[in-house]
Design a protein around this ligand. Structure first.
Ligand code: PLP
Length: 372
């Protein structure tokens, strides 16, 4: 039995496959020297807008910045409320709080771990400005229900698609499902660069223009600052990396889906619990996550066999010190319960069937040992 360590996300094999194209793309930037807002920025924005079907794509310096710039363009004011999920990475609520807004945490559906739309309407107040759902693990939330509630109350919807770029929902793509779609090109994301990067998408011309200005310190023209902005541009070099990776992206998505389906078939046959998949959407497996009891012991057993795991996320945001002030008594029991049981397994487009068999075997052994 091999116990050689395997990567949680295999970016090395991906790089080997794309080495020439990435090198050429980066060399071109070094040759023309437009490191900031060079031609690759526009090229990537055009490619991604066409990919998602959105009218506008604005690249920014990270997924967090995409959320922040979107909320700034919507004019979020101190004291405004944004309804979101606590079972997510901190960046989701951070963008709201940074602007003086109040994240209003609504619990998740215990099966998908995405925000439960049936709980949203009761939390709408006169201060609510937007709803901010997350496509956790790469599966989009119930966007039609969420958009309908937003429409009834005149709210914007900002989709946090940091984990779901490439995912579909009723035939439409993540990023193009709401007022704004935001995504991240953090290296480990399904479409990643080699540093920080992100993008936002919208069909609204005015909001897109506002975002383009906000990303460059609120400038409508050089040294004409018409609004307060940020230094939020994505580097030309990082755009070049994403352009190169896009050439393999559809193949990678297909592989991720095959690997995800194979994991599920092998684990479901042995009674392992996993987040539910909705039949009207196809995820991208940003993470492959299972539910386990006695998680720390299972993680230790897997680690001993060279298999890394991760927890997304152990403590929901309403129980984090920075966000506890936004919690309500008795808030979000399903998020708390999920935080104790979720565990993510190695996942990437280049995970081989042999590696996957090793993961499955080690997990099943660990679970059997626990129940023995
Ligand atoms: C759900 C979610 N939102 C936002 C972000 C922030 O993206 P970035 O790391 O590019 O700022 C992440 C990234 O980890 C994420 O998973």
């Amino acid at each position: 039995m091999t116990t050689a360590p395997m990567p949680f996300i295999d970016l090395a094999t991906q790089y080997e496959a794309l080495r020439t194209r990435i090198g050429e793309r980066m060399q071109r930037v070094l040759d023309h020297g437009q490191y900031i807002m060079g031609p690759e920025v526009r090229e990537l924005e055009e490619r991604l807008a066409a990919y998602t079907g959105a009218r506008h794509c604005v690249t920014v310096s990270s997924g967090t910045e995409a959320l922040l710039v979107s909320l700034m363009a919507l004019g979020l004011q101190p004291g405004d409320e944004v309804i979101t999920t606590p079972f997510t990475f901190a960046a989701t609520a951070e963008a709201i709080a940074l602007l003086g807004g109040r994240p209003v945490f609504v619990d998740i559906q215990p099966d998908t771990c995405n925000i439960d739309p049936s709980l949203i309407e009761a939390r709408v107040t006169s201060r609510t400005r937007a709803i901010l759902p997350v496509g956790l693990y790469g599966q989009v939330a119930d966007m039609d229900e969420i958009n309908e509630i937003a429409h009834r109350h005149g709210l914007a919807v900002v989709e946090d698609g940091a984990q779901s770029f490439g995912a579909t929902y009723r035939g439409r793509l993540s990023g193009h499902l709401a007022t704004f779609g935001c995504t991240s090109f953090f290296p480990s994301k399904p479409l990643g660069c080699y540093g920080d990067g992100g993008a936002l998408f919208t069909d609204d011309d005015e909001l897109a223009q506002a975002c383009r200005e906000i990303r460059v310190h609120g400038q409508s023209a050089r040294y004409t600052h018409t609004r307060v902005g940020v230094g939020g541009r994505m580097d030309t070099l990082q755009c070049a990396v994403v352009l190169a990776k896009l050439e393999r992206f559809d193949w990678e998505l297909q592989r991720r889906r095959e690997i995800g389906a194979r994991y599920r078939a092998l684990l479901a046959a042995e009674g392992v619990e996993m987040p539910a998949l909705r039949p009207d959407r196809e995820g991208v497996w940003a993470q492959f996550t299972v539910f386990v009891d006695d998680r720390a012991a299972v993680q230790t057993a897997l680690q001993a066999r060279g298999i890394p795991t991760a927890v997304h996320y152990p403590v929901p945001l309403h129980r984090q010190p920075a966000y506890a002030a936004f919690a309500e008594p008795g808030d979000c029991p399903h998020s708390l319960a999920a935080g104790e049981r979720v565990m993510s397994l190695p996942m990437s487009a280049d995970l081989s069937p042999e590696q996957q068999d090793r993961v499955v075997e080690a997990l099943l052994d660990a679970l059997r040992d626990r129940s023995a």
